[in-house]
Design a protein around this ligand. Structure first.
Ligand SMILES: O=C(O)[C@H](O)[C@@H](O)[C@H](O)[C@H](O)COP(=O)(O)O
Length: 265
């Protein structure tokens, strides 16, 4: 597993702007030697603010979006177009602004609640088919170039919540989620198997209410109680924090030394 890097920015606004700039230049770098690029988006306030910052950054035009495939780490299981869906909020924040530069077939949304997809499990199964197809059916999901995750105050990432059975989902890339403690109750999520198949995992968190979970995750607390501790990429695991979420993890703009996933230095 990759070591963890920690970068701390002074406040949530600069965190979103800096993460957007980092993402754009990273996509350009990856595109210089790999095609297509697979990017996993996250819901939540920081995740959506980051997408809005991408849309507002002129460097967005340095990315060949025709070679970028977008996925979601989780989705609220609601009807298509519902304002609370992560997809809806991502379209409002960024995708609509990209227009024709981003081919519709590159956007792989988690299926919405409908008469044909009546349960989170049905949506998870359909999403798993799309993920596998993106590998040419050679594996369960792509080695995502960047998989972005927000984190809740309880240490959840995607829709993987402490103590929930979805944490144990094995042999599959997606899972349905019921009784989510964060509304809405029905969701679809990537599993840890899919998350850990990413080349880089970026956890983006802001706010003092996240500080305890950040500290626990960086100390490699049990995944059962702090799911974010299990969010590790193959090549890199990057924690992007504001000073409030970092607590005493470092001053603004600092980059702490890397911790190994097993907590050793
Ligand atoms: O569907 C969701 O709600 C998100 O995917 C969820 O995992 C979110 O990223 C965290 O709860 C952090 O959300 P905030 O940034 O709003 O605290």
């Amino acid at each position: 597993m990759s070591a963890r890097d920690v970068v701390v920015h002074p406040d949530a606004t600069l965190l979103a702007e800096a993460t957007a700039a980092r993402l754009l230049t990273h996509l350009v770098d990856v595109q210089s030697h790999r095609a297509p690029v697979h990017l996993v988006l996250t819901g939540g306030t920081v995740g959506i603010k980051t997408l809005a910052a991408v849309a507002a950054n002129p460097v967005r035009d340095a990315v060949d979006w025709s070679g970028v495939h977008l996925w979601w780490g989780d989705e609220r299981f609601l009807p298509d177009g519902h304002p609370d869906r992560n997809e809806t909020q991502a379209r409002d924040a960024l995708l609509d602004a990209l227009g024709d530069a981003l081919p519709p077939e590159n956007v792989h949304a988690v299926p919405a609640l409908s008469d044909y997809v009546p349960t989170p499990e049905a949506a998870a199964d359909e999403y798993a088919v799309a993920l596998a197809a993106a590998t040419g059916n050679t594996g369960p999901s792509p080695a995502f170039d960047v998989l972005m995750l927000g984190m809740g105050p309880d240490g959840h990432v995607a829709s993987l919540f402490p103590g929930h059975e979805a944490l144990e989902a094995a042999g599959r890339s997606t899972t349905g989620v019921h009784d989510s403690p964060k509304p809405p109750p029905l969701r679809v999520s990537l599993t840890f198997e899919a998350i850990r198949g990413a080349r880089e995992v970026w956890v983006v968190a802001a706010g003092a209410e996240k500080a305890e979970a950040v500290a626990s995750a960086l100390a490699s607390a049990p995944v059962e109680t702090t799911p974010a501790a299990g969010a590790v990429g193959i090549e890199r695991t990057l924690w992007l924090l504001d000073a409030a979420a970092a607590g005493n993890a470092g001053s603004a703009g600092s980059a702490d030394s890397a911790d190994n996933a097993d907590g050793s230095r």
